[in-house]
Write a protein that binds this ligand. Structure first.
Ligand code: C2E
Ligand code: MG
Ligand code: MG
Ligand code: MG
Length: 282
């Protein structure tokens, strides 16, 4: 009898924990939905920059613009939490527009300070392809801040292609024709269709960090080498995300990977810190 009671007690504890998690999730979602509109007007979104480096000589070759939400009451919120919610309700288009503009304005600021800048990659949500017309995407911002297409890279996730292949192919190829470097983000997270490579003008493949996180053995080495070889054979460059150690960098270098991004070099930095980083690395 005692044993059964113990089991029931454990079971109840588990259910409560589960309920708590769901409640917490619902609370967070509600908070995000209730506060998103004013977040733009009150400039609560910040753009941070994570350096990208050449794997061989360590040269700084670019940076990725990553959004952060610093709420006056709730503090730091991570894009992994709010971007998926914004993608569901379409608000992501407003946030992305804001991030793209901030990134362009930042490049201009850095140049005005006399710094030699590197291209900045911006993320384009799968939903941006639906909400924006071609001519509204990035070109108007270039003109406004006196930039060239080469100053920006665009990161498109694999999953965008799966949503709506025809439209994504058309818009991505158009941006590529206009001179933007196109990076395929989160490559290998499950939706890949190799046919995508035949249709979409991609320049760089960003290997998702789950690759380098895998336990190293003969099998995982073979698979990564195979993917990198395939990309290189198609004339694409390869960047590995989430590189945290020298050992990982060495391993990727031996496999022919071109670029790395990850805590090994730097975490995403607030703009002022990235400016120092630019100074040090140029
Ligand atoms: P992502 O575009 O694949 O960005 C890479 C994520 O990996 C970033 O997380 C970055 O901080 C993290 N990261 C980089 N190096 C390392 C490392 O060495 N170790 C570990 N553990 N993590 C590393 P973050 O900033 O939290 O962003 C998460 C995702 O949110 C991004 O993934 C992207 O899909 C989305 N996101 C961020 N900013 C934007 C944006 O402005 N617009 C859109 N549409 N999505 C965004
Ligand atoms: Mg990205
Ligand atoms: Mg990525
Ligand atoms: Mg990713």
């Amino acid at each position: 009898m005692m044993a059964l009671q113990k089991i029931l007690h454990k079971y109840n504890q588990l259910i409560n924990l589960y309920d708590d998690n769901i409640r917490l999730y619902a609370l967070k979602t509600q908070r995000i939905l209730e506060n998103m509109e004013e977040a733009i007007n009150q400039r609560q979104f910040q753009v941070w920059y994570q350096p990208k480096h050449n794997i061989f000589d360590g040269r700084l070759i670019g940076a990725e613009a990553l959004v952060r939400w610093i709420h006056p009451r709730y503090g730091f919120m991570s894009p992994g939490e709010f971007i998926p919610i914004f993608e569901d309700n379409g608000f992501v288009a407003h946030v992305d527009r804001y991030v793209w503009e901030e990134a362009c304005a930042a490049i201009k600021r850095w140049r005005d300070m006399g710094l030699k800048t590197v291209p900045v990659s911006v993320n384009i949500s799968r939903k941006d392809f639906i909400y924006f017309h071609d001519e509204e995407m990035l070109k108007p911002l270039l003109a406004k801040y006196g930039l060239e297409p080469a100053d920006l890279h665009i990161e498109v996730t694999e999953s965008a292609y799966m949503d709506n292949p025809d439209m994504v192919i058309r818009k991505v190829n158009e941006m590529h024709r206009d001179g933007f470097v196109v990076e395929l983000d989160d490559f290998g997270t499950g939706y890949s269709s190799l046919s995508m490579f035949g249709h979409m003008d991609i320049d760089v493949v960003k290997l998702d960090m789950s690759f380098i996180r895998q336990e190293q053995n003969e099998q995982s080495d073979k698979m990564m080498r195979y993917i990198i070889d395939m990309c290189k054979n198609m004339g694409l460059s390869v960047l590995s995300e989430g590189v945290e150690t020298e050992e990982q960098r060495q391993r990727l270098m031996k496999m022919g990977c071109d670029y790395v991004q990850g805590y090994y070099y730097s975490k995403p930095l607030p703009e002022a810190d990235f400016v120092d980083y630019l100074r040090k690395h140029s």
